[in-house]
Write a protein that binds this ligand. Structure first.
Ligand code: FPP
Length: 273
């Protein structure tokens, strides 16, 4: 195990492949410091960079960050505009670092609602990083899972209507290939910061079997220490995907069987039976 994993006490074999994060609490973080809400979002961008770097070092396959939901368009115009400016800044400032770190960048969400300059910058970065095979960094922007599912349904209905596919061709895998996240593995772990225990229309299809971790820390304070803790919590969860514990984890089942045998032998010895 290399120094990084030792330092953070992480087992590289027990890490999630795909982590989704609902970065919540920027507003409350700022308000509690008597700062404007946008100060929380600014601090939030610093955390985006820190957590992305950590995900690269861990060798995660994909990290999806919920930066702006479909519902966030309902916020006051001033806040929406400040968030969009931050995103512009992020795309410009982080472009080269993303490319140098072998990160493949991707935007997910309703692109039709984004302003043309943000979309152009994001698409340019998607294209420039398309051959990178390190971390897949997905920024969910103007994103809502229900909307994404509906867009996929529309694409499929169109394909059926024009005779490209039969209705019977649509299975779960084929359906998933029409989501914004096509080509990425299902989400293993969803982290939500700041204490709320809600899913908020985030990756509903992709997280069907995800583990959820709700952290009290607000996103602007969510450091690599908190991220490492969440990854550690994930690594001891037993994921069964509908199977029994013995089926899901034959090794531990064998352990518990030999434990039972040991206990039985001890009991036999003690009672002389
Ligand atoms: C939720 O906190 C957070 C958001 C709506 C925006 C998240 C955006 C960033 C972290 C910065 C931009 C991201 C990138 C990728 C550059 P909230 O404002 O709802 O907080 P509250 O619940 O305390 O009000």
């Amino acid at each position: 195990m290399n120094d990084f994993f030792q330092k953070w006490e992480l087992d590289p074999l027990k890490l999630p492949r795909h982590v989704g994060i609902i970065m919540d609490g920027n507003g409350r973080w700022a308000t509690s410091r008597r700062l404007p809400r946008v100060a929380g979002h600014k601090k939030g961008v610093e955390r985006v960079n820190e957590i992305t770097e950590f995900a690269v070092k861990c060798g995660l396959h994909a990290l999806t960050l919920y930066a702006f939901s479909d519902e966030n368009w309902r916020r006051p115009e001033e806040e929406v505009s400040a968030l969009m400016s931050l995103l512009r800044w992020y795309l410009k400032a982080e472009r080269n670092k993303i490319l140098d770190n072998n990160i493949r960048f991707r935007l997910i969400g309703d692109r039709g609602k984004l302003s043309s300059d943000i979309l152009e910058m994001a698409v340019e970065l998607e294209n420039a990083s398309a051959a990178n095979d390190g971390l897949n960094l997905c920024i969910a922007l103007s994103y809502g899972s229900r909307g994404e599912i509906l867009r996929a349904v529309r694409k499929l209905v169109e394909k059926v209507n024009c005779g490209e596919i039969y209705l019977a061709d649509i299975d779960e895998q084929y359906f998933a290939e029409h989501l914004d996240t096509h080509g990425l593995p299902e989400v293993d772990l969803v982290i939500r910061t700041s204490g709320e225990q809600r899913v908020s229309n985030f990756l509903l299809w992709q997280s069907a079997y995800a583990e959820y971790i709700f952290e009290n820390t607000p996103w602007p304070d969510f450091s690599e220490v908190h991220f490492a803790e969440s990854l550690k919590k994930y690594s001891v969860r037993e994921r069964r995907f509908g199977r029994t514990p013995e089926q899901a984890n034959p090794a531990s089942a064998a352990d518990s069987k030999s434990d039972r045998q040991r206990i039985h032998l001890k009991a036999v010895k003690a009672t002389g039976q």
